[in-house]
Design a binder for this molecule. Structure first.
Ligand code: 3DU
Length: 211
């Protein structure tokens, strides 16, 4: 049983808010990122949060510690509840993201392994495990792991223990909720919901399948 997180990668404010409103009752959080924020501005985060849905900022933050702090502080001041960052810039950069999140009463999630085919080229084979240990060491609230590779999610679950795992790759990337719903805390679905003819009906169906 898993939560359902909508990856709202629509690029217009009005479309995004309409989808957020119509799907809100079926989803547990909305993940926003560059596609929406570059089109609509960061203030859209607060507008979505005002609907009563927690907002996760997927900026895959990956810079020096000071810049990471500036980015994450902006994200939380805009009304987001969580931020997603990369581990590869190092433990000090990661600590800056976790520190900002916790200073604002929010959460920080760390990308450990990506869900697209190219994600297996680099992240698998020990790197993801290292990132997972870095995430735990930094006090992160959870990690991002690929629904497209359930065996890898299971391996990372062994390392991350009871911290949360959010998992993208369901729907357009080919994975099903049933592949990982017993392993993860949240399933991230984007195009299969926001790109559906009836996003609310699609969200209702994914919600049913995540439970
Ligand atoms: O493929 P979808 O349309 O369901 O969208 C997946 C979302 O999750 C999208 O926002 C993408 O940027 C994000 N994501 C991954 O797909 C894979 C990752 O490893 C991390 C984030």
């Amino acid at each position: 049983m898993s939560a359902l997180i909508l990856a709202l990668d629509a690029t217009s404010r009005n479309e995004a808010l309409a989808i957020a409103e119509s799907t809100a009752r079926y989803i547990d959080a909305i993940k926003i990122g560059y596609p929406l924020v570059l089109g609509a501005g960061l203030s859209v985060a607060g507008e979505i949060a005002a609907l009563g849905v927690p907002v996760i900022a997927d900026f895959k933050v990956a810079d020096i510690p000071n810049t990471n702090t500036l980015i994450c502080d902006s994200v939380f001041q805009a009304g987001c509840s969580a931020v997603i960052c990369h581990a590869f810039p190092g433990s000090d950069s990661l600590a800056a993201c976790v520190g900002s999140a916790h200073d604002h009463g929010g959460e920080c999630f760390v990308v450990c392994e990506m869900s697209h085919p190219g994600g297996a080229e680099w992240f698998s084979g020990g790197v993801a495990e290292s990132f997972c240990m870095m995430a735990a060491g930094a006090g992160a609230d959870g990690i991002i792991a690929p629904a497209t590779r359930p065996a890898r999610v299971a391996a990372l679950r062994e390392l991350i223990g009871t911290r949360k795992i959010y998992s993208p790759g369901v729907g357009a990337q080919g994975a099903s909720p049933e592949d990982v719903k017993e392993l993860v805390d949240g399933i991230i679905v984007g195009r299969a919901i926001y790109g559906a003819a009836d996003p609310a009906a699609a969200a209702a169906e994914y919600s049913r399948r995540c439970r």
